[in-house]
Design a protein around this ligand. Structure first.
Ligand SMILES: [Fe+2]
Ligand SMILES: [Fe+2]
Length: 301
């Protein structure tokens, strides 16, 4: 076995790690717009030399708006996936039922937390930032795929939040402490979800032939391509918001869109795809699957 995760122990650590919304952000609490919100390793805004430092900060904050809404969107398809997955096993192993339902409850809480941050963002940011969506349509497109492919996408997302948290503590101390706290608290619970999702993926992969696993990887890549297209459109929306907020047109707009799209690829896809634990799961279910994803991973670096 490539891991020692089990439902009982993970439920116990989940219950110990649990927090409340107010521990992270109060309903009326304000963000500090004199600071960056995103770690530079994710936003990659400090390297844009055609923007002055103020403009770089505005774009960093727009990138944080993207973070809040993208996570809102993905958590919204994780929730029904979990409920669907729990449903057929309600009379089975009690630890499993409780662990998965608790996982779902925590994701519902994360959706709530991301909305609370989003509300605080909207209260303090000078212009409206457009978002891809609607989230229901994105969720429906993702969820129409093979549950194993969806489970793998979710597993990649759970593990990537570790990278985000590490980025937020390693990077400049200039980030709003509330965003650092968001990434820390999110990862604390995602660390448990990642274990549970590993068990879910193992179960979904069990008994499949190599050809069936290969098809699931095709579908995983299809979902990845769909999300990546969304990120490209989002990068364009982000530049629109930047230009509105700073009151001028940016001369190398297309170049910045491409650079910011790449930053988003790393944040929302690549940082999970190269996670050692994610790769270990792939390797265990199919070395061929691991090889295929290792080949595409550099696109999302
Ligand atoms: Fe979450
Ligand atoms: Fe999660």
């Amino acid at each position: 076995m490539y891991h020692d995760f089990n439902y009982e122990a993970t439920l116990a650590s989940s219950l110990r790690a649990q927090w409340q919304l107010d521990d992270v952000l109060g309903a009326d609490q304000e963000l500090d717009f004199s600071r960056n919100f995103m770690p530079e390793s994710l936003a990659r805004t400090a390297v844009l030399d055609t923007l002055n430092p103020f403009e770089q900060r505005i774009l960093n904050q727009i990138s944080a708006h993207q973070y809040l809404t993208i996570f809102g969107v993905v958590e919204e398809f994780i929730l029904p996936f979990l409920v669907d997955h729990a449903r057929p096993h309600l009379l089975g192993d009690d630890w499993r039922v409780r662990a998965i339902l608790n996982f779902a409850t925590e994701e519902a809480k994360h959706i709530h937390l991301f909305k609370r941050f989003h509300d605080a963002f909207v209260r303090g940011f000078p212009v409206e930032c457009q978002m891809i969506g609607p989230s229901e349509a994105i969720g429906a497109e993702v969820l129409r795929h093979d549950p194993l492919a969806v489970g793998l996408v979710i597993l990649m997302i759970e593990w990537m939040t570790q990278q985000h948290y590490l980025g937020s503590i390693r990077d400049d101390g200039d980030i709003d402490p509330l965003f650092k706290s968001l990434m820390k608290h999110h990862w604390m619970e995602e660390a448990q979800h990642a274990k549970l999702d590993t068990l879910i993926v193992d179960a979904l992969a069990e008994g499949r032939s190599e050809a069936e696993l290969d098809r699931a990887i095709d579908e995983f890549l299809e979902i990845g391509g769909f999300l990546d297209n969304g990120l490209k459109t989002q990068a364009e929306f982000n530049l629109d918001a930047l230009e509105k907020a700073i009151g001028r047109k940016v001369e190398n707009r297309d170049e910045i869109i491409a650079q910011q799209h790449q930053a988003a690829r790393w944040t929302y896809i690549g940082s999970g795809m190269v996670h050692e634990r994610f790769k270990a799961t792939l390797e265990a279910i199919s070395p061929n699957a691991a090889k295929r994803l290792a080949e595409v991973a550099p696109v999302f670096a």
